[in-house]
Design a binder for this molecule. Structure first.
Ligand SMILES: Nc1ncnc2c1ncn2[C@@H]1O[C@H](COP(=O)(O)OP(=O)(O)OP(=O)(O)O)[C@@H](O)[C@H]1O
Ligand SMILES: [Mg+2]
Length: 253
């Protein structure tokens, strides 16, 4: 499923009002999960329970991180095994899962659905805030919070790559998910905006699962999973997990 359809599914039920504190946190259970794509066994037997507030996923290119991240909101379904979010099987209850889990793609174009920046954020509020003036105020508030207020009426697809990533993150947060899964959300960002997104991901009350090659972003996290060749090869606090990952890469030719 592309990001745009994920966003449509996410708003099928009234999300929490953006000014109210969201109910946060999910328990994601993966049980012996295998994913085969084409001829490749991309994930090979992953079992984990994810409930901590800040979880990082690291690993080499092609190791299976994005596939693992996409499992968490049912964008990818297991070929074998199960993924449950608060007990909801992603295979059977995809729409309900996506109301709980917001996904931020590394390619923000995949999830921008409306012509202008303000309209794109307003789209996420269309079910929760029916009053036009109140919705406009909320949109203005969210855009200002994320440094996008000067671009409110600009065509979303003409923003810079980094501004698009900020917009994509804003539009996901506005819809009030309990868990935010972000797959390399800082790849296009300059240092200032990387810091902005890092601070945002650290501050938001939501549970966060972050996939990134920027290991510094995970310093204060509760838990880091290291993925290698489709398996979780380390699962620990950030310092030992990242040290393991560095050793793993050093040993590779
Ligand atoms: N639709 C697909 N069909 C076949 N193989 C795929 C498909 N999607 C991904 N793969 C393969 O699965 C493996 C893992 O891909 P994935 O995108 O999960 O890796 P990743 O760890 O996120 O890598 P990166 O750090 O480069 O983003 C890769 O070898 C990739 O080629
Ligand atoms: Mg990836």
């Amino acid at each position: 499923m592309r990001g745009t359809s994920a966003r449509r599914a996410a708003a099928t039920e009234a999300p929490r009002h953006a000014t109210e504190p969201p109910e946060v946190g999910c328990v994601v259970g993966l049980e012996d999960v295998h994913v085969r794509l084409g001829e490749r066994d991309v994930l090979r037997g992953i079992t984990a329970e994810l409930h901590e507030r800040r979880i990082g996923i690291v690993g080499a290119n092609g190791s299976g991180k994005s596939t693992l991240a996409r499992l968490l909101d049912g964008l990818v379904l297991p070929t074998r095994g199960t993924v449950r979010v608060d007990g909801l099987d992603t295979r059977r209850s995809g729409a309900q899962v996506r109301r709980r889990v917001g996904f931020v793609f590394s390619d923000p174009d995949a999830q921008i659905v409306m012509p202008t920046v303000a309209e794109d954020v307003a789209y996420s509020l269309r079910r929760s805030e029916h009053d036009r003036a109140a919705r406009d105020r909320l949109v203005a508030d969210w855009l200002a919070r994320h440094g996008l207020d000067r671009h409110a009426d600009h065509p979303a697809h003409l923003l810079s790559g980094g501004q698009k990533q900020l917009l994509a993150l804003t539009s996901v947060l506005v819809s009030g998910p309990r868990l935010v899964v972000a797959d390399e959300p800082t790849t296009l960002l300059d240092l200032r905006n990387t810091r902005r997104v890092a601070a945002l991901l650290a501050e938001i009350p939501q549970q966060v699962v972050l996939v990134s090659h920027d290991l510094d972003l995970m310093a204060g996290y509760d838990r880091v999973l290291v993925v290698d060749e489709g398996q979780v090869v380390a699962d620990d606090e950030p310092a030992p997990a990242i040290a393991y990952y560095r050793r793993l890469l050093d040993e590779r030719p």
